[in-house]
Ligand binder design. Structure first.
Ligand code: FAQ
Length: 312
């Protein structure tokens, strides 16, 4: 038998044993090329989501209703930028440069979470984003803390600590609005009506329609499936809505047990249309990112120059 083939078999066996025994795969470890490509796709798309996700909320910093609300929102959005940086760094350990990731985003070759292609129309939307979008993100990310790739897993641990504050700041906004005037209560309900379904879509297609789930579960990249995570999110969010007098906009929703619900049909046509680039804000989000990236080129050039000089 060919020596390289034997060697490959041994390496694969060692890799599979590590996965089996919950030992993290680290950047310098041997890994199957498909595993590496899977991670490059998922971690970079995750990073893009964090950074593009700053846009809907960023629009509201200058219009926050109080200094306290402005400070909290500013800190939260900065955190999202930081999450993008940890994740780009984790993805770079797989052998692709940050410039390449950004180029794939700008060329439309890399995705980011579909939810960020919806507009934030008023202050209640900032509450709904924190409560629902961060709430969905954290449900997924808590599970990803146990992902098999070391740098991704460690980034998730830190991100989860910050994300739980984000979820609470959003819920606090909704809560305050529900204690306010009739008009404020209607605004909160309207924001929930518009963000509920896009938040459920964040978990991705049903397991039966998810091409990546089988490998992701085999390699323990994903620890729970799209549908299982969506279910967990729904079960914890509905009681939160009811507590402050909000109604989830799903006429087919049924309670099937203690804090257990079955949801109605998700509009997958809308989901795939948004992913294809036809959502309300896809073009705006990408154009804004490209413009900001180009405007910042002089900062990158200066930083590189400084780095080269200080290392001489
Ligand atoms: N949006 O086979 P699957 C945040 C694509 S962070 C767009 O199920 P997979 C923080 C998928 O990429 C939110 N595309 O794929 C924040 C694939 O296409 P591809 C981001 C989606 O990877 C809050 C195709 O559909 N979190 O919000 C979506 O096994 C507030 C088939 O799908 C993460 O990225 C979608 N929703 O499962 C920031 C978590 N769903 O790549 C600011 C990490 C699916 O073949 C403000 N990622 N697609 O062209 C994951 O857990 C997984 O990648 C999933 C998708 C669950 C997103």
């Amino acid at each position: 038998m060919n020596e390289t083939l034997v060697n490959q078999d041994e390496l694969l066996k060692e890799f599979e044993e590590k996965i089996e025994n919950e030992i993290k795969i680290e950047p310098r470890d041997w890994m199957p090329e498909e595993y590496r490509q899977h991670l490059i796709r998922q971690i970079s798309q995750h990073a893009h989501s964090e950074v593009i996700g700053m846009q809907p909320e960023g629009n509201w910093i200058s219009r926050a209703p109080s200094l306290r609300a402005k400070k909290i929102l500013l800190a939260k959005i900065q955190d999202e930028g930081g999450h993008g940086l940890y994740l780009y760094s984790a993805a770079e350990t797989l052998g692709v440069s940050r410039d390449q990731f950004i180029q794939w985003l700008h060329e439309g070759k890399a995705k980011y979470a579909s939810v960020f292609n919806y507009p934030a129309l008023n202050w209640a939307d900032i509450g709904a984003i924190g409560w629902l979008v961060d709430g969905a993100a954290i449900t997924n990310q808590v599970s990803l803390q146990r992902t098999s790739y070391g740098p991704y897993s460690r980034a998730m641990v830190r991100i989860c600590k910050e994300e739980s504050f984000h979820q609470r700041q959003g819920y606090e906004i909704m809560w305050k609005m529900m204690e306010g005037t009739k008009e404020q209560q209607q605004m909160a309900q309207d924001a929930l009506n518009r963000w509920w379904w896009p938040a459920l879509m964040m978990f991705g297609p049903h397991d039966s329609d998810s091409p990546h789930t089988s490998n992701a579960m085999k390699w323990k990249i994903k620890r729970e499936s799209n549908d299982r995570l969506r279910e967990k999110f729904i079960n914890k969010t509905i009681p939160q809505a009811e507590l402050i007098g909000l109604k989830v906009p799903d006429p087919a929703l049924v309670k099937i047990g203690e804090d257990q619900y079955q949801h109605g049909d998700i509009d997958w046509t809308e989901f795939w249309e948004v992913i294809k680039g036809n959502g309300p804000c896809n073009q705006q989000r990408l154009e804004h990112h490209i413009k900001a990236h180009n405007n910042g080129s002089w900062v990158r050039e200066c930083a590189n120059e400084y780095h080269i000089k200080s290392n001489k």
